[in-house]
Write a protein that binds this ligand. Structure first.
Ligand code: SF4
Ligand code: SF4
Length: 308
């Protein structure tokens, strides 16, 4: 299957980032140049796993007579590896990077929770948690793909922050992880937007999950907390509609000066989102949210975190 989706490159391959740097006469990204060995080790870990994305497939294939049972088995395994939620669906060309050939039938998404308690610490603590969660996702996807190849005898390729060809948000929606929020991240009923992904594309026959909507997009129409707290004024009021789904397009040129061109990480739009507790009713997360919003108020809602 040949991919049809334009996927923004990461790091210095990101054309929008390079253009923004050029416009400002800059030649590197202050956030990444800032020495931070633990975060950099987590990034290196993802990159170190790239050669293990694929591997030999066992010659004996396990016949799958019950796709629902196999889906449950894969979910059990992914959770045992550390995933907070797992979902699967048919791989479609629009889920795959433009021009990339992926010969697989299905895509499995495995997401890991990003600890919300870090939000009340420092931008560095949130940065480290984000990158450590990406590293955990890379471990989960790499091991799950290996098990599918070697124990079930089906081709399987891991996709994670070291290297991926998958369009994350449409897959998240399709496998029932939730709805797209105004801040541009998908909102999960249990995890809010505090998670990072890994994927496996595979021929293993599995039953598919269904999209799950629980009123997020309607709520975003009147909430506006992310927009009102974004130091870059990068989150818009208006939206476009694609296939019946609202998409608020974050203005990257306004976001980057806050999230990349300073030495401190910015994750404010996600951390002010009440869905961290709103749907799951988690009392501890609700208390952290209140604590976090108190800090925002003291710092000034639109002040980049850690600047006062
Ligand atoms: S990362 Fe920061 S600057 Fe960028 S959209 Fe979110 S809150 Fe705004
Ligand atoms: S903060 Fe409010 S408006 Fe923004 S994504 Fe979350 S619920 Fe939607």
């Amino acid at each position: 299957m040949k991919g049809t989706s334009w996927i923004r490159e990461q790091g210095m391959q990101d054309a929008l980032l390079c253009a923004a740097l050029r416009d400002r006469g800059m030649d590197d990204v202050p956030l990444w140049q800032h020495p931070f060995p633990k975060r950099d080790a987590a990034m290196t870990h993802c990159n170190d796993l790239v050669p293990r994305r694929d591997g030999p497939v066992a010659p004996e294939r396990v016949e799958v007579v019950d796709e629902a049972a196999m889906a449950e088995e894969i979910k059990r395994r992914a959770r045992a590896l550390g995933a907070a939620d797992v979902g699967m669906t048919a791989l479609k060309p629009e889920f795959v990077e433009l021009g990339v050939e992926l010969p697989h039938r299905n895509v499995i998404a495995a997401i890991c929770y990003e600890d919300y308690r870090k939000s009340v610490e420092s931008p560095q603590a949130v940065d480290l948690e984000a990158m450590s969660t990406y590293a955990k996702c890379a471990d989960v996807a790499t091991e799950l793909a290996r098990q599918i190849r070697e124990e079930f005898g089906y081709p399987a390729l891991a996709h994670h922050n070291g290297s991926f060809q998958i369009q994350a948000i449409p897959v998240f929606y399709e496998v029932g992880f939730g709805e797209l929020g105004r801040h541009g991240s998908l909102i999960h009923p249990e995890l809010g937007a505090n998670f990072r992904p890994g994927f496996v594309t595979t021929d293993l026959p599995v039953a598919y999950d269904e999209p799950y909507e629980f009123g997020v997009q309607d709520y975003c129409m009147s909430c506006n907390l992310c927009r009102n707290n974004c130091p870059g004024d990068a989150i818009p009021d208006g939206y476009i509609v694609t296939d019946g789904i609202k998409r608020w397009l974050t203005d990257i040129d306004k976001c980057y000066p806050i999230s990349r061109f300073r030495e401190a990480y910015c994750h404010i739009c996600v951390d002010v989102c009440p869905y961290i507790y709103k749907e799951n009713g988690d009392a501890e997360k609700r208390d952290i949210f209140r604590q976090y919003m108190k800090i925002r108020k003291e710092e000034g809602y639109k002040t980049p975190k850690g600047e006062r």
